[in-house]
Write a protein that binds this ligand. Structure first.
Ligand code: PLP
Length: 374
């Protein structure tokens, strides 16, 4: 084995986390097995209450994934065929997918270069009579600038559905991600800051009406057993996931603090390297560093050089949504959303997870220094 591989640093190490909570997790799963209740039972109910409390909302509803959370949230907000929904061009495809799946059209907005999040000053020209909602994405673990966005939405009668899949625990002026718009969508995909051992998602809100709607939408539109008031989905959270997530939720604040500590350490080292732009922490809140994403010149070369030193890195996301093949028919051209395109060309996410050691951070910083200097 070549030395650089022997010393390689994982991009994410779920095994280290599992090792630290193994007994708690096994007891929680065993309790579900003993109960033989598997779908929407007491574990899901308890997790819904605990997550609502964590996010500072009155309600939470468990669903099958973060993507489903967005889909059901938009539907509950009245998004239908023919409507338009404003979405940042620089995010994971799921944010826009769900809009198209409902027969509506995503309208792509450019981002603020410093935070990689939706730029509220770019919204006005995108507005039409068909615009129904905006989905700010709290990318990499930092919230979008919500106040101007909410003001714009209120002024034009639009709903705000937060894509908080990457930002559980992050804050905006004291409020937790997901609790700021009409509805907040969380993902428990295994690699997220609160990751399950399978798929899962949650929608948090303060609206009893939307909450009731969502409860029915996740289960075939049922208002009570075998009585459906409208079409819905099968999008349910299972008891094993909920039990795992309840254990992990107890550790989330510690894990997010570790991520923040690692990020400061990274920024202290990388800030000295000419050409490397470390991520900005906006003054409006706490970043939970789902990703630690820098901008570098000659990104692909830097990524290859890092790989040669045993340091994995990832490009989230190499193609902005307005230039994806599936949206060709919408007619966007290269150059139409310049900041999203520049971010796609320059962004590079370095390894970050709570269990990383200070030595590993130092090694990544040194490898970046070599790679950028080479
Ligand atoms: C992960 C993610 C989703 C989708 O969540 P799933 O649970 O994988 O369906 C949506 N939006 C963003 C920004 C994400 O990172």
């Amino acid at each position: 084995m070549p030395p650089q591989i022997a010393n390689s640093i994982p991009a994410l190490d779920l095994r280290a986390q599992y090792a630290s909570i193994r007994e708690e997790i096994q007891a929680a799963i065993q309790a579900v097995l003993d109960s033989q209740i598997f779908i929407l039972g007491p574990q899901v109910q308890a997790l819904e209450q605990e997550l609502a409390a964590y996010c500072g909302t009155q309600y939470a509803i468990g669903v099958a994934s973060g993507t489903d959370a967005l889909l059901l949230a938009l539907h509950a907000c009245g998004v239908r065929a023919g409507h338009e929904v404003i979405v940042p061009a620089f995010t994971y495809i799921a944010t826009a997918d769900v809009v198209s799946l409902l027969g509506a059209t995503p309208v792509f907005a450019d981002i603020e270069p410093a935070t990689f999040t939706l730029d509220p000053s770019k919204l006005e020209p995108l507005l039409t009579r068909r615009t129904r909602a905006i989905i700010p994405v709290h990318l990499y673990g930092q919230t979008a600038d919500m106040d101007p966005l909410l003001e714009f939405a209120r002024h034009h009668g639009l709903q705000v559905v937060e894509d908080a899949a990457q930002a559980i625990g992050a804050t905006y002026r004291g409020k937790r991600a997901g609790s700021i718009g009409e509805l907040g969508c969380l993902s428990f995909y295994p690699t997220k800051n609160l990751g399950g051992y399978g798929d899962g998602g949650m929608i948090v809100s303060n609206s009893p009406e939307l909450h009731d709607r969502l409860r029915s939408l996740r289960s075939h539109g049922e208002t009570r057993k075998y009585v459906s008031a409208e079409q819905g989905w099968n999008s349910r959270l299972d008891e094993i996931q909920a039990a795992v997530l309840r254990v992990k939720l107890r550790h989330l604040n510690d894990w997010n603090s570790s991520r923040r500590r690692h990020a400061s350490e990274y920024t202290r080292g990388l800030g000295k390297i000419s050409g490397v732009v470390p991520p900005k922490v906006a003054e409006w809140g706490e970043h939970v560093f789902h990703q630690y994403t820098v901008r570098v010149p000659r990104r692909d070369e830097v990524q290859r050089a890092l790989a040669n030193e045993g340091v994995p890195s990832t490009v989230y996301y190499p193609v902005p949504l307005h230039l994806q093949g599936i949206y060709r028919s919408l007619g966007y051209k290269s150059g139409s959303l310049p900041e999203a395109e520049r971010a796609s060309a320059e962004c590079l996410s370095l390894p970050i997870y709570p269990e990383m050691s200070g030595d590993q951070i130092t090694r990544v910083v040194e490898a970046v220094e070599h790679a950028v200097g080479a």
